[in-house]
Write a protein that binds this ligand. Sequence first.
Ligand SMILES: Nc1ncnc2c1ncn2[C@@H]1O[C@H](COP(=O)(O)OP(=O)(O)OP(=O)(O)O)[C@@H](O)[C@H]1O
Ligand SMILES: [Mg+2]
Length: 245
Amino acid sequence: MATVIAVTSGKGGTGKTSLTGAVSSCLAALGHRTLCIDMDVGLRNLDLSLGLADRALMDFTDVLQGRCPLERAAVEHPDIRGLFLLTAPLTLPDGLTEEAMRGLLRQARERFDYILLDAPAGLGPGFQLAVCGCDRAVVVSTSDASALRDAQRTVSEMGGRTERIHLVVNRVQPKLLRRLHATIDDAMDAAGLPLLGVVPEDSRVMLAANRGKPLILCANKGAAVAYLNIARRIQGQKVPLMRIR
Ligand SMILES: Nc1ncnc2c1ncn2[C@@H]1O[C@H](COP(=O)(O)OP(=O)(O)OP(=O)(O)O)[C@@H](O)[C@H]1O
Ligand SMILES: [Mg+2]
């Protein structure tokens, strides 16, 4: 039975899609059947960043509306066994209910160990669909005040749906090292959330996405290690926070 994790932020561009793709790849590499679902209707890009744009032809609404079974719509990555993607449609059809989304997740829970939902920015209908059936949520924020305020608003908006909400602080820069502890503590205080991980600023994140190659297949330091640590913590392992140099 899968754990369903919504990856959210409020503010756009904080690193939700990068984290969803990288952590899902790590969970699959650790031996778990993992499905990532792109919930960013109209602005999907998880398929591109994982190099699955040519294969992911059916989207989650095709499954929701009965046009395609989940087994066919969810495509497996050719280079990472156990990593599956269900992509987003270009528009959200009328009448898609949260109940239908929960139905899709019920099907998926029986077939996978982890399901990660890459939510869109903002708190609109795509976000609501992404969080409606989750067991836990990861809020991705950079350490700046506006992203942290949006993170906090996201948490209030999720109120009651899940109590297991964790923070990932992304794009932490080495030059802030001396102030890092204060920054991360402040970030946790500002978001009011326990910390799941800290990901350094790392140009390999963008380079890997542009090449359509999962980060763990092209890097073994920096952000790649941070995402692997996050995957391990999701599994329940105790992994110390990495030192960012
Ligand atoms: N740790 C990092 N280091 C360097 N660049 C990063 C890092 N994380 C994300 N990025 C880059 O930041 C940009 C935005 O990342 P991403 O698309 O993952 O954010 P998002 O939260 O999904 O955005 P949106 O809200 O538009 O869906 C991308 O170009 C990505 O490569
Ligand atoms: Mg995104």
